[in-house]
Design a protein around this ligand. Sequence first.
Ligand code: NAD
Ligand code: GLY
Length: 353
Amino acid sequence: MKSLTVALPGREYDILIASGILSRTGAECRKVLPKTSRILLVTDSNVAPLYGKTAEESLTESGFTVRTVVIPAGEPSKNADNLVLLWNEAMRFGITRTDAVIALGGGVVGDLAGFAAATILRGVAFVQIPTTLLAQVDSSVGGKVAIDLEAGKNLAGAFWQPKLVLMDPLTLNTLPDVTFSDGMAEVIKYGCIWDSDFFRLLSRCGNRAGVMERIEEVLYTCCAIKAKVVEEDELDTGLRMILNFGHTLGHAYEKAYHYETYTHGQAVSAGMCLVARLGEQLGLTESGTETAIRRLTAAYGLPTDIPCSLEDYRSAIGLDKKGSGDGITVIFLKKLGETLPKKLAKKELLNLL
Ligand code: NAD
Ligand code: GLY
């Protein structure tokens, strides 16, 4: 087992990474929830038949009374209707301030259940049990919880840190290849922005099987980087923006294809390749960086280029939450493992594309 602590003053929590830990959910949760009697367990229609029973039985064995709510799998479920549904389920269940919400699933379940936890009775304890690679390396750590609105993704939300994050790498074995690759884009991102040795390790792993042979180490490295960033900038007013490497342009691709053709990870992959190219053109990024990122993303089945019109770039950049005023901060790389955030006028960025 590997473990690390996200050291936020007064709200610190552990991330436990171990094969088979899902069957010890109850015992691990009991350590951080000594007074809790009721657990609202939120999962989705794909995850429930795979892992719902194991989690539920383990929680029950540790003396928790569990109510499971299963939402339909997929991004459209991260909506206000399901948030209200969880509020009402929690009230019917008799949740009190000492009770808790657990998310068992990918980032959709984690974001939705986390926002419910943040708002039920003005906030109850929350535990993340992420079951996708993306959720294990990114969304379950750091406390961002949200739902999507008609105007865009993640537009209503909160910062609500979990009390515990339990990661069972065995759950990744049931992921479709495309969903595993999706998470690999975020894994590769950590190598790009923080740790060139990790980038090289991923090159050596070569494919999904290679990553799975070292999965605890891979998850640990990603979570340790994210924990450091979050510890320094929990509320996303500074350093945390480096986690958006590849995301601004990636967002343009997702939006241009109406979130249907390309997954988030695929869009981020092409976004990372393009921003590396732009960085090299501008003399900001060490030469050869783009080639290295293209090679690695392609090895994991991710696209390196996505066609996109100037109009689509313009619209995505104009609406991007991360932009302020006429300027936008683009996360360039100085070299592999080191970022170089640079504020550009939006027009300047468009002229580069
Ligand atoms: P997801 O939750 O939709 O999961 C992807 C698919 O995998 C779903 O169909 C799900 O049912 C299925 N699945 C989950 N675990 C499985 C398993 N072990 N075996 C088989 N199938 C499984 O998507 P995701 O990629 O995990 O997360 C994407 C969401 O995360 C987006 O809504 C995004 O906005 C959010 N996100 C949040 C943060 C954050 O900091 N809060 C960061 C990144 C992404
Ligand atoms: N996924 C970006 C963040 O947590 O800030």
